[in-house]
Design a protein around this ligand. Sequence first.
Ligand SMILES: CC(C)(COP(=O)(O)OP(=O)(O)OC[C@H]1O[C@@H](n2cnc3c(N)ncnc32)[C@H](O)[C@@H]1OP(=O)(O)O)[C@@H](O)C(=O)NCCC(=O)NCCS
Length: 325
Amino acid sequence: MNELIVTSFEISHIKDALDLLSEYYQNEKEKVSILPVFSDYEKLITTGLTALAFNGLGIAIHESGSLQGFMAGYLVEELFGKEKGVFVPAFGHAASYSKRSEIEQMLYTEAAKRWVSKEIFTHSIAIFAHDENLQNTLFHLGFGNRCVDAIRQIQPQTLDASSVTFEEITADNASIVVSLHEQHHQHYRNSPIFMPNQDEDALTDLLDWISIDENRMFCVKYNEVVAGYIRYQRVGESLFSIHSKMRNITGLYVKPEFRHLKLGQKLLQYIESLLEKDQFKWIGVDYESINLNAYYFWTKYFTPYTYSLVRRIDERIAKINLKLD
Ligand SMILES: CC(C)(COP(=O)(O)OP(=O)(O)OC[C@H]1O[C@@H](n2cnc3c(N)ncnc32)[C@H](O)[C@@H]1OP(=O)(O)O)[C@@H](O)C(=O)NCCC(=O)NCCS
């Protein structure tokens, strides 16, 4: 390698950044062939990278004038705790593919130096799920998994609807799922998830959500009793969930006393049959890998394509006279 030069990530780097990224995506698509083609996302990624080029948190590495890698993320005021964090989305970093382990190490080291000097202590980096090389590199840098984006190709469904009926939830009947929605919210506070979500009024939250155009929610009744619900919307959390032929599940809950009766599977099959009729091609979902119900349930039907990894720096480093070399 010739001398490597580190600069801030800038708008002028975006075209070359897209080329590096396209190779990452192409390699993931070789493992997850159902993923949409990269060109479907180029415009969105360009917009996303343009925003990231302005916040001063991104860096780029060049060799003899050619971009070797970049890493850029969003500032989050409180990320998985009270400390400031940076979230680098899967489209927010890439490096020359054959040297990616080495270059991403350098990128992170340089970026983390800047972040920690700004007292940004929680670092999250999303990677493509089948890039074991990068996963291993980040694991050794202290990162662990937290969130997963996964995808499923919509297929015709033969629904076994014995003992069950489905009903769409609207503003008129939302009250029938209020207690389930409240329980679902509480679920995330339990071990091993420990998400300190704020108390909320379940009915208000439901009504707000239902009022959004294209959001749809259905409940399942088991022997006439409301036992679970599923909901989907146009866009999930990942940029790759934004596609005109994709809808994204953002909630699935079955009451504990009705679990393991395949109601979760039936809710999924039910919405899949509706989406198939409406000629959608994919369903996306994102979930916490630390939520074991979600982890085991979704991986039966969906293929992960990104993992969002997290590293928490010991904030006491700020109190030590840090000599940044
Ligand atoms: C995920 C959930 C909806 C599944 O509902 P369900 O009606 O029991 O689903 P099904 O009966 O169709 O499938 C259950 C399967 O999921 C898998 N599974 C779910 N939780 C699991 C766990 N903790 N460990 C291992 N496997 C698990 C198993 O393969 C299980 O099959 P089994 O019944 O043969 O053991 C339910 O567990 C739930 O509401 N969890 C809390 C909320 C949540 O985490 N939702 C998903 C995130 S949005």
